[in-house]
Design a protein around this ligand. Structure first.
Ligand code: FAD
Length: 344
């Protein structure tokens, strides 16, 4: 059985990773960019968490919980895929009451979270200058590089026989009698028994004919990277005006919501303000030098849930698209592989 995966972002990489482990499947990945993670995956902050899911939205919470567990399992079993990661996050809100309410609501739902006092925060983050009275501490959260994980998953798939092609834009899905039969690129037609579209924001254009009600839209966020003089941030640190982590090579990475396109809010100028806030929280970092400030467009579906599975009415056509893609990827890949192994 021949399967084509369209897209080498985190979702396509995870799908290829799991598919390539199924005996008898010939897996081909087609990516229009020049390398893995050429889309929004290359701009993701890389926080794998459960705490930002709404426990009252049961379907979404359960999916995120299962996705979180898939990451923990994969990280335990195949740590080399992840490269260097950091574990644990500290989160606080504007008031202690709000932090306590958030932590107890999440704890009640099953999120592994501890409420910690200022002394514990200071012990966990010894270089944090602006210490909150209380914070939620989630020891299991993962800070990873989504681009590294995607590249390693694709390399693993290639090592198991998958062929991965860059600079290959899929322009059309070919169907016959209600079945997918292949995809078209500038090189011509490529036959397949099944196709998984993991094209991020490019998914809509490919599947519109078959799924006009998909409801795909994009939401902008900005990723900032700063060079620092020293290591100072041990965990993911997320307060009312800061969302920051530091990686093994010392780069300080921050994510902030896109404001608007007035000149004072242009990413580079906004980045100077974000850098000043981070320096106030972590003076030990020294002067931060902004290396990049890039807007990423996160693919989302209007019903709030990702689409990870078949497209009704077109046999053999599957989608892996939706938010938050980094968190969902290992689960999405495993579920799609299970469906295809079952003959989907
Ligand atoms: C600042 C920022 C912070 C974020 N932080 C997090 C986070 O902490 N945790 C989290 O889970 N998510 C986070 N996200 C969201 C996350 O980046 C996305 O959900 C995820 O990367 C989507 O992955 P994807 O594989 O669907 O899309 P993409 O990475 O865009 O991959 C799709 C790929 O398909 C290719 N493609 C598209 N159309 C075609 C075609 N026709 N033919 C061939 N190839 C095609 C594209 O070139 C692209 O490489 C963040 C996003 C931003 C911008």
């Amino acid at each position: 059985m021949k399967v084509i995966v369209v897209g080498a972002g985190i979702l396509g990489a995870a799908v290829a990773f799991h598919l390539s482990r199924i005996p008898g499947l010939a897996v081909t990945v087609m990516e229009r960019g020049a390398a893995p993670a050429a889309g929004v995956t290359g701009l993701a902050f890389g926080w794998v968490n459960l705490i930002y899911s709404d426990p009252d939205d049961h379907a979404s919470y359960q999916l995120r919980q299962a996705a979180f567990e898939d990451h923990l399992r994969l990280l335990r079993d195949e740590p080399a895929l992840y490269g260097p990661v950091r574990r644990g996050s500290l989160i606080w809100k504007k008031t202690s009451d709000a932090t306590e309410a958030m932590a107890s609501r999440q704890k009640g739902a099953g999120t592994l979270v501890d409420l910690v006092n200022a002394r514990s925060v200071a012990r966990l983050e010894p270089h944090l200058a602006l210490v909150p009275e209380v914070a939620a501490y989630v020891p299991d959260d993962i800070a990873l590089s989504p681009a590294v994980l995607a590249a390693n998953m694709l390399a693993d798939a290639a090592g198991r026989g998958a062929s991965v092609h860059y600079g290959q834009a899929v322009v059309l899905l070919q169907t016959h009698a209600g079945r997918i039969v292949g995809v078209r690129t500038a090189d011509g037609m490529h036959g397949a028994d099944a196709v998984v579209i993991a094209g991020g924001e490019g998914t809509g254009a490919l599947v519109h004919e078959f799924l006009p009600e998909l409801g795909l839209f994009v939401s902008p966020t900005i990723l900032f990277e700063f060079a620092a003089q020293r290591q100072a941030v041990a965990h993911i640190v997320c307060g009312p005006d800061i969302e920051v982590r530091q990686n093994a090579s010392g780069m300080v990475i921050a994510a902030e919501g896109y404001i608007d396109d007035r000149p004072e809010n242009a990413p580079a100028r906004y980045g100077q303000r974000v850098g000043a806030i981070i320096e106030a929280h972590f003076p030990q970092l020294g002067t931060l030098r902004l290396q990049s400030a890039r807007v990423g467009y996160r693919p989302m579906l209007s019903n709030g849930m990702p689409h990870l599975g078949p497209v009704p009415g077109v046999d053999g056509l599957h989608l892996a698209v939706g938010h938050p893609g980094v968190i969902l990827a290992p689960l999405a890949g495993r579920r799609l592989a299970e469906a295809l192994a079952g003959g989907g």
